[in-house]
Write a protein that binds this ligand. Sequence first.
Ligand code: NAD
Ligand code: ZN
Length: 344
Amino acid sequence: MMALAKTAPREGLWQIEAPVPDIGPDDVLIRVTKTGICGTDVHIWNWDDWARKTVPVPLITGHEFAGEIVEIGRNVTDLACGQRCSGEGHLIGKTSRQSRAGRFHLDPETRGIGVNRQGAFAEYLCLPAFNVVPLPESISDDVGAILDPLGNAVHTALSFDLVGEDVLVTGAGPIGIMAAAVARHAGARHVVITDVNPERLALAASVADVEPVDITRETLPDVMGRLGLRQGFDIGLEMSGNQSALDQMAESLVMGGRIALLGIPPGKSPMDWSRVVFKALTIKGVYGREIFETWYKMIAMLENGLDVSGVITHRFAAPDFAAGFEAMRAGVCGKVVLDWTGLR
Ligand code: NAD
Ligand code: ZN
């Protein structure tokens, strides 16, 4: 089969011929139709410090996918060939305290496909049946391929009750935009999204009914005045990993405000902690998706009118992957989707 792999410890990814994976008794084989390129894949392409420390070479990368089940292991009883699916790319252990309590997303032994194990940038993917999420007919393969980052957005946005609340999202990358769309869908009053990149803010406004703010041109106190928010925002969703964005968020939240933090700062990040204490803020770190509650809620919302398809701005045939990575590296895109159908 064709696949994209890290075959040497340096910048780049390469197209390879690889054997179709053998599946175990509890696995399924998925014929991949579409994949999403993630910021994580760009880190792996760039071969930065994190990638060097984390990713074994050689490795087929990629973890955002949609496809169709073409083979099932002998212990698998609840899935069938022909089933369209996406799936959770975090593979968990079953022995930790957290897993045994049903909090699968907090398992400390979590391994990622395309990061620690063979991934989804391939014609075929072997996945534990446990991780498969069937797709209803109403969800396209394109959207199926971005359920992993949509799940990050849903997990973060639904961390706190949003109904009737004023929500600040910092960072209009694909995940921030989708989180803003979810906040709007879930019943927030005002949803403000900040960025420093006007193209991303324009994309945000085209995907969801949100208030885009270029933070290089307008301050949050000005925005609050314009919208009539007297005390500040009730809830912050940090989606940029930028240290000044988090600082501005803490400044502009109400007393008792709540922050869900998905963005990953590049290193240790200074913060005015006395502000957090005196404002009695709650900060929650968010990793991955709740397995499988986030998937359930996300699919239910997609079936109930949530539309994030506009966040996909670029589509390429899989052999043209380099152009997709180029768009990602330039930051001029929303989600980039690769098409694995029609290769032979
Ligand atoms: P992205 O890099 O595409 O988007 C980040 C956006 O933040 C960019 O558009 C950038 O212009 C903007 N930004 C930069 N400085 C800013 C500032 N001062 N104020 C407001 N915006 C600013 O990232 P993404 O793919 O949308 O992911 C969002 C974040 O979530 C990233 O930090 C990513 O590493 C992280 N992430 C975390 C998890 C997790 O499980 N915790 C999973 C996936 C991604
Ligand atoms: Zn991802």
